[in-house]
Design a protein around this ligand. Sequence first.
Ligand code: XMP
Length: 508
Amino acid sequence: MDNIVIVDCGSQFTQLIARRVREMRIHSTVLPWDVSVERVRESAPSGVIVSGGPDSVNDEGAIAVQREILDLGVPVLGVCYGMQLLAKYLGGQVVSGEKPEYGTTPIKREGESRLFKEIPESFDVLMSHGDRVKQVPPEFRAIANTKHGVIAAMESDDGRFFGLQFHPEVGHTQHGSLILRHFLFDVCGCKGDWDLGNWIDRSVGEIRDRVGKGHVVCGLSGGVDSSVAAALVHKAVGRQLECIFVDHGLMRLNEARQVLESYEGLGLSVRHVDASELFLGRLAGVTDPESKRKIIGELFIKVFDEESNKIGEVEWLLQGTIYPDVIESGSKKGSAVIKSHHNVGGLPEHMKLKLLEPLRDLFKDEVREIGRRLGVPAEIVDRHPFPGPGLAIRCLGEITRERLDVLRAADAVFKEELVRAGLYDSIWQSFCVLLPVKTVGVMGDGRTYSEVLALRAVNSADAMTANWTRLPADVLDVVSKRICNEVRGINRVVLDVTSKPPATIEWE
Ligand code: XMP
């Protein structure tokens, strides 16, 4: 099986490169910028792509990929910062600060190149750079330029190294996918035979080999990733897998029951721990978002630990880690903690469990597809992402049972109407947020003074960035009317029209 290694220099588009490669049915592995040449070699790449990044190659302390990666003997494509690194390493010249370009720009090809086969002489590309290659390395030539004379692409005479100053992975670049296709198929010789059906068979075999006769424990949340991971491992080792469903009392309407029924249908062995008293008790009076997250994270670990101690000999911890989690947590230089995430990742040392993460190579939509093939029901596979801390971070201010019930009722209406309008499946994530703000309203002849509810719907590829969804006004109208009429405790509905960045998807 072909594999393309993508070395991540911190660009927000790195995942998109990985996606494009996968779409051409070629396996890709994203590795952080400081990866060793040995690790890249182990991945047996057919080619390497060095991504863009925010640094400037001439600055001290700038991201510097191991030079030896260029000597592996496989083709290398540098994108944006990656191209500048190639130029610097191989003897070209990169200048900073002159003519920065952001946005779509026409470029013109120069001479012939395998990358630009069947592509017009001139086409538009997305540029986003401050630095540029002023002089290509010896035995290289420019293969495209902008009208300002900036080198837009270069190629080595031996046809092994390529640089693109623009981003072929984004939709704004015309023929971008074709350019990548030429690199992957014509230059690297990939075959495009990566397939999810084979993936399941191979993965099941690997899990059996690794786990042997050992026992596996898994924290199920009702979410897509943990559920699919559990279904996969169940297929591999059957009853050696024991699942724990910690009900923190912060699930949506009827969710705990539905999820448990689905798990039963899959034949999973699930221990249901109703810990809602404990969680809600500890959360009483807490309003600070980070405190909520910390309390829930710690309690979750405590409950999970206690319950798994009852199981007996357990050797493995199964986690539904997926690819974006791996990339996001592994490759950025000193990024700020925006929110502390509640995941089973922080289990205490004394549990001494070995980690099993069979989905860590897959993107969300691939996980969904695997889930479907394994028979995981649609209501789990197609549901919108739901955060570990649940409704606690959507019930702003103090968390009480009453306020949670109000939020649950409103959220159920919103979902029902999105499903009815045929919109639910095309939205990445949608939910309601209850605000600790009271406003005056009028109902019948009376004055009301109740809390405000915000509707949130976003579209995204990976939750790292997101755009607010333009929901039809008619649908919003029905949702608003129904919520104000049917849900006591809300007399005003507002819509969140903020993308990420600058906002985050969840409000806390
Ligand atoms: P934000 O709010 O950071 O969320 O834009 C990005 C995505 O992550 C989800 N999210 C979480 N998922 N544990 C999770 O498993 C968490 O603590 C958590 N917080 C946010 C969020 O719903 C969105 O899909």
